[in-house]
Ligand binder design. Structure first.
Ligand code: URA
Length: 239
């Protein structure tokens, strides 16, 4: 929504009066004075007019170190869910920004801001995701070339985007993907005849899972992490 329209609705003043207040520097959006009457705001923007807070920023952004055996869903009939891992108020309003398989551990982001999570997970964002992978056999020499070229997935009728692989040992690698197809890591190695025996997501965009966040632990994202993920996603997260 446009800032001037929000203010006219909230204050019942005319659009002219509202724009004068904006011009006079009386309006703060998320703590900053704005003179842009056509600035886009959302239900998560904090709006202050002449010292009075008209709208609070209620957006929440969390990171969780997902344990193996926990589903990336908000409800499940048999398994513990990522929401069950959190002991926070209003957790029922959160959703997952990019799922992991039941037997994958690592970084999961949760938010109540649908535009933000969409900016991270949409195909167009090409948000890099980093996985530590353990395989059942040594990684063959052609892997780099095959992953760089892309692998055809019949079911989706797509070829995977170039993926970067860094070898950590004979049977371990760090893989960076810029998309998130169903079971993508397992299917890519499966294409080469390898089985993934352990999978862990260590990073999404610029945000790394910190070593002090143990399995099952969680914390709020810092403002710069929220902004970095939104910025990385090629599209504005706050609309
Ligand atoms: N690729 C997979 O195969 N599984 C995951 O959980 C994430 C990426």
């Amino acid at each position: 929504m446009r800032l001037d329209r929000f203010l006219t609705q909230q204050t019942k003043q005319s659009n002219k009066q509202v724009r004068q207040q904006i011009d006079a520097g009386e309006v703060l959006v998320d703590g900053d004075v704005t003179i842009e009457w056509n600035q886009r705001i959302t239900r998560f923007s904090e709006i202050v007019l002449a010292g009075e807070r008209l709208q609070e920023n209620t957006a929440e952004y969390w990171m969780l170190h997902k344990p193996i055996g926990v589903v990336s869903d908000t409800k499940h009939p048999h398994h513990k869910t990522v929401l069950d891992c959190l002991d926070i108020p209003n957790k029922a309003l959160l959703h997952v920004a990019g799922r992991l398989d039941l037997n994958t551990s690592g970084l999961v982001l949760l938010t109540n801001n649908g535009a933000w999570s969409k900016a991270i997970t949409s195909a167009s964002s090409q948000m890099p995701k980093v996985y530590e992978v353990t395989l059942d056999q040594p990684i063959p020499p052609e892997t780099e070339a095959v992953f760089a070229q892309g692998i055809y997935f019949v079911y989706e009728d797509i070829t995977t985007l170039p993926a970067e692989i860094e070898r950590l040992s004979d049977c371990q690698a760090r893989l960076t993907l810029t998309e998130g197809r169903y079971h993508q890591v397992k299917r890519m190695f499966g294409h080469l005849g390898l089985r993934v025996t352990a999978l862990h997501r260590s990073q999404i965009g610029a945000v790394k899972l910190p070593s002090e966040i143990a399995v099952g632990q969680y914390r709020k994202l810092c403002d710069y992490e929220v902004a970095a993920l939104a910025g990385n996603a090629n599209s504005r997260s706050d609309r």
